[in-house]
Design a protein around this ligand. Structure first.
Ligand SMILES: Nc1nc2c(ncn2[C@@H]2O[C@H](COP(=O)(O)OP(=O)(O)OP(=O)(O)O)[C@@H](O)[C@H]2O)c(=O)[nH]1
Ligand SMILES: [Mg+2]
Length: 340
């Protein structure tokens, strides 16, 4: 899973990056860090299996250092770099900055970046449609492109159901920015937990979820020992760190769940899209397992814990044998049987 921080200069992207990854962004064009997805189920299973290795899900997060340009909210270089991201995290400044005399206006920042994303995509579509006028090849994606062009012309982000999953595949190569999953992160003064009303209205209309952080505070928090973190959060009237809130919104925005594998070698969480059939879940682990898929041996984490061990689960006949079509649930512990 790849996520990228975008936003106007001085909005606090690198500070957020440091809070989430523990890494300070350098002078490089792109700094990459990972965020481990905390999962108590992995910890519990590791206590039972005592594996050589335990592996949490991960997000790979990118932060960019690109000279800001006056004419564009997102420099061309950044646009290229974020093409391969699954998730964009748009950081908006809602604090007075020492770096600029511009007053903070997160709603205006949002609008500016949104316009820029839409314009970028609009230009790509216009060029493509222009070529089509000459070539008259009538490719299957044409209808989708025309529909998107009409929306972009009106300055609108496509709603979630504008493009069906099948159509999405047709236009995947275009990597449209406006079709990427996105979360908004409002960077504001300590203790301030309300999203500015005008911004909230725009985000609701666009169906984009949002949360508030105070990035420097979160950096301080991330440097504390786990047992001190709770106390610190309480002092500021918070219940969860930005990192936990980020992961929750990212999973929701991307429609992700996790299935688990457990054994004496490794206990591991695997992120998949909600609704994924067992056959494709198998492919996440290895293409051989998908190719030679026979059955999925499944027990839900809650049942596993109820019985306490593999042996007890077997005694109680808690393992189910599921086929290729079985839709994997969050917290399923799966052993794939395969033959290649
Ligand atoms: N008061 C205040 N200062 C902040 C906050 N977040 C970031 N800063 C400060 O704002 C300055 C810019 O923050 P960065 O994280 O470097 O911002 P950036 O978006 O990465 O900036 P560029 O990479 O230059 O575009 C730094 O001095 C931060 O310490 C905040 O929530 N409140
Ligand atoms: Mg930066």
């Amino acid at each position: 899973m790849k996520a990228a921080l975008i936003g106007l200069p001085f909005s606090g992207k690198s500070t957020v990056f440091q809070a989430l990854t523990g890494i300070e962004s350098g002078k490089k064009e792109e700094t990459v860090g990972t965020i481990k997805v905390p999962d108590e189920r992995i910890d519990k299973l590791a206590e039972i299996y005592n594996p050589k290795k335990k592996t949490y899900s991960e997000f790979v997060l990118s932060d960019y250092t690109v000279p800001p340009s006056k004419e564009s909210a997102l420099p061309a270089k950044v646009k290229n770099l974020i093409q391969k991201s699954d998730l964009l995290i748009m950081t908006l400044r809602n604090f007075d900055s020492l770096m600029t005399s511009d007053p903070s206006d997160p709603a205006a920042e949002y609008k500016k970046i949104k316009e820029d994303m839409i314009l970028t995509d609009f230009v790509v579509i216009e060029k493509r449609l222009e070529r089509e006028m000459k070539e008259k090849k009538n490719p299957p994606e044409l209808k989708v492109l025309q529909r998107l062009r009409d929306l972009f012309e009106n300055g609108e982000f496509p709603a979630a159901d504008t493009v069906s999953p099948e159509e999405m595949e047709l236009i995947a190569n275009y990597n449209f920015l406006s079709l990427k999953k996105m979360i908004v992160l409002v960077n504001q003064p300590e203790g301030e937990q309300t999203v500015p009303p005008e911004l909230a209205k725009q985000l609701e209309a666009d169906g984009i979820s949002c949360f508030c952080v105070s990035a420097p505070l979160e950096v301080e928090l991330s440097e504390l020992a786990p047992e001190e973190q709770l106390e610190f959060l309480k002092d500021y009237g918070l219940s969860e760190s930005a990192s936990v809130r980020f992961i929750k919104s990212a999973y929701a925005a991307l429609g992700l769940i996790s299935f688990l594998t457990a054994g004496s070698d490794e206990v591991r969480a695997w992120p998949i899209k909600n609704g994924t059939p067992a056959l494709y879940a198998a492919g996440k682990i290895h293409s051989d397992i998908q190719r030679g898929f026979i059955r999925a041996e499944v027990v839900h984490f809650d049942d596993f814990i109820k019985y306490g061990s593999e042996a007890e689960c077997k005694k109680a006949a808690a393992y189910r044998l599921e086929g290729k079509e079985y839709v994997v649930k969050d917290g399923d512990i799966i052993n794939f049987r395969f033959n290649v």
